[in-house]
Ligand binder design. Structure first.
Ligand code: NAG
Ligand code: NAG
Ligand code: NAG
Ligand code: NAG
Length: 627
């Protein structure tokens, strides 16, 4: 009986909202919303790159620009960090984010993946998938599909009542992402996803695919039953791109699902910018053609913590902490000239809401903070790795020990006397991604994937050889997805294989979240320290503020590392490599009532004066220095 009631309620619900409809009109090449021909002008925003308390502010600014929709990815690995463990609260509260879009009168184009690229770690796929050896990602491999199915069985039902036809504001749903760029070209995988999406979302929702505008990509990425769309930027010829799309999608609305307003940055390359003029002209051209456009990104945000991805183009290329993207709203959510230029184009096609654009939020110059050395990272192994090390003959990976992010220390004893120098070498290019080497606590150098394949060491038989390995972000695009981290191959010393390792997975974030190293009682270790500022060292400091707001952290003459403020991991810094010089510090993590705590893990070299600066503006275009 109870079953019948539920069924009946479900039926009534769908009937009541039956006058709402969002469909495709193939005869007139447009979307139809409640019967009327409809075009969207949308912008991408990633809730996972913005603190939740700022979501509404950013969405309001998008609404005030005249957008009628927003496009949103859902990163699987953000919500299911361990198999079967789901997080949908705080900064991961997708449903709260969707509630806000609805409250502001914005429609939603949602892109649940399971793969999303997005310059996000592993393109949104959880690294724990790699625990199954040789898993074939983004394919019909049953191990991959089982994990996908169970994730989608959790995610998609949360979206169902939010679909436009069911009374919500989600007008369309993308399946996979740029699948045509992936060499597998596995139609049965795409067909499987299609059926799963239909199973949970119903037959009447618009499903679509997005691909680059080449024949190969459109051939492998599109599938019967899903509306094909393309992505391209202002430098591309819109007419040519849409003409090509028409060969695969002869009828229905033309859609550019990712019209690039800017571009991402890699460490060691120049900062990307695209002029407001070019971007707004390109938008106008497409709108004049009657196309639907989503601007990627409209608000880029930040790769906090360890979430940045990497590309692999001849070499491994990690993406910066800032995902500002030179987008119309800055990383800190402020309107730019580009936004105003786009708004004036939009106003020729759609009524733009009256009233002023919210002004930039205040930014604070809190000044210098002096840090102190807490200790060498190696001094804290017992508290950073409370379970003790993994004892192993050959190196194991991060994934092997189920530590998916951050840092692990690989320790072995130098097997013989090295009176002069011996070469510690990475003959198989197995350092994923950067290693900080020391002998008996003395820093010896760095090994870097694809770039620096050895370093010289000296020492005595029995000395500890420590290799701290940093995971700098998993590859998010292309063919090399099975990007295991740590030492994924053996190292040699003077040509001989090193064996018998102690591997310490380091829970730095967990410890810092508990108040370390600021909490009283933690400072005793300081007396035993050397004054050396070389190699991996923890520093900390405190500062007080009287007014709270966004600020930007500049680590003057520091080299490379990770920063936490009040327990929140604000990301990687690497001013030595550039182009990003300052880190965005969202005001919500600061406190006016209490002392603010800053912790820095510097991996290579701290300056003589242990100063950092909290500045009122970002510097994202510092000089870039290759390897
Ligand atoms: C390592 O030592 C060799 C000779 O032993 C030398 O040619 C090389 O420049 C040294 N490398 C570094 C990075 O110091
Ligand atoms: C290290 O070398 C040994 C012996 O050749 C081999 O069995 C092992 O698989 C290698 N380990 C890694 C991680 O490559
Ligand atoms: C900073 O650390 C101190 C000592 O543990 C703690 O009392 C204080 O609450 C922390 N401040 C913030 C803003 O979390
Ligand atoms: C960096 O950007 C700022 C602000 O847009 C600009 O004033 C400055 O000239 C730029 N610097 C370089 C080196 O391009």
């Amino acid at each position: 009986m109870r079953v019948l009631c539920f069924l009946l309620l479900g039926f009534l619900y769908e009937k009541v909202s039956g006058d709402r409809s969002f469909t495709i009109d193939d005869a007139n090449n447009c979307f139809r919303k409640d019967g009327d021909c409809f075009h969207y002008i949308s912008g991408s925003i990633h809730y996972f790159r913005i603190p939740a308390c700022y979501w509404k502010d950013r969405l309001l600014k998008m609404y005030m620009t005249g957008l009628n929709a927003v496009q949103v990815y859902v990163p699987w690995n953000f919500h299911e960090p361990q198999p079967g463990m789901y997080i949908f609260d705080g900064d991961r509260d997708l449903e709260h984010f969707l509630d806000l879009t609805k409250e502001l009168g914005l429609l939603v184009i949602i892109r649940p993946g399971p793969y999303i690229c997005s310059e996000w770690d592993m393109g949104g796929l959880p690294a724990w998938l790699l625990n199954k050896q040789d898993i074939s990602l983004r394919s019909s491999d049953p191990d991959y599909l089982n994990a996908v199915d169970s994730w989608l069985s959790v995610l998609l039902p949360r979206l169902r009542t939010r679909l436009y036809n069911n009374g919500g504001n989600i007008i369309s749903v993308q399946v996979e992402n740029e699948y045509g760029s992936f060499l597998a070209c596995d139609y049965s995988y795409m067909r499987h996803l299609y059926h799963i999406f239909r199973l949970y979302l119903g037959d009447d929702v618009i499903l679509f695919t997005t691909d680059g505008n080449t024949d190969y990509e459109l051939k492998c990425g599109t599938l019967e039953g899903m509306h094909a769309t393309v992505d391209f930027g202002p430098a591309d010829n819109a007419k040519k791109a849409f003409d090509l799309l028409r060969r695969y999608q002869p009828t229905g609305p033309l859609v550019n699902s990712e019209y690039y307003t800017g571009w991402l940055d890699y460490w060691g390359e120049s900062h990307s910018t695209v002029s407001a003029e070019l971007v707004s002209q390109g938008l106008q051209t497409m709108l004049e053609m009657g196309a639907n456009v989503n601007m990627y990104m409209f608000e880029g945000g930040t790769n906090f913590g360890y979430w940045n991805g990497a590309d692999y183009k001849k070499t491994y290329k990690p993406i910066t902490t800032s995902y500002d993207y030179d987008a119309p709203l800055t990383e800190a959510g402020d309107p730019t000239d580009k936004l105003l230029a786009l708004r004036s184009v939009i106003s020729k096609f759609l009524p733009v809401p009256q009233g002023p654009m919210p002004p930039p939020t205040p930014k604070y110059n809190y000044g210098y903070v002096t840090l102190q050395k807490v200790g060498d990272l190696q001094d804290f192994l017992d508290i950073l790795c409370q379970g003790g090390p993994v004892v192993t003959r050959y190196p194991v990976t991060f994934e092997d020990v189920k530590q998916y992010f951050g840092f692990m220390l690989y320790r072995t004893r130098i097997p013989w006397e090295i009176p002069d120098m011996a070469i510690l070498s990475d003959p198989f290019n197995g350092v994923h991604d950067r290693a900080y080497v020391s002998v008996d606590g003395n820093f010896a150098g760095v090994i870097e994937r694809d770039h620096v394949r050895s370093t010289n060491v000296t020492g005595s038989s029995g000395d500890w050889l420590d290799v701290l390995v940093e995971n700098m972000g998993r590859i998010n695009f292309g063919a090399f997805f099975n990007d295991l981290k740590g030492l994924v191959a053996n190292l040699t010393l003077g040509g001989d294989l090193l064996t018998d390792w102690l591997v310490y997975p380091l829970n730095i974030d967990g410890l810092i979240a508990e108040g370390w190293p600021h909490a009283p009682g933690n400072h005793i270790v300081m007396t035993t320290q050397t004054e050396s500022h070389e190699g991996p060292v923890i520093y900390s400091g405190t500062f007080r503020i009287t007014a709270k707001g966004d600020t930007f952290l500049k680590l003057i003459k520091w080299t490379k590392g990770q920063v936490w403020i009040n327990g929140f991991n604000i990301g990687r810094y690497w001013p030595d490599r550039g182009p990003q010089v300052t880190l965005y510090v969202p005001g919500n993590i600061l406190s006016t009532a209490e002392i603010n705590n800053i912790t820095v893990l510097e991996l290579e070299n701290a300056p003589d004066r242990l100063l950092v600066l909290l500045l009122d503006r970002p510097i994202l275009n510092g000089t870039n220095k290759g390897v």
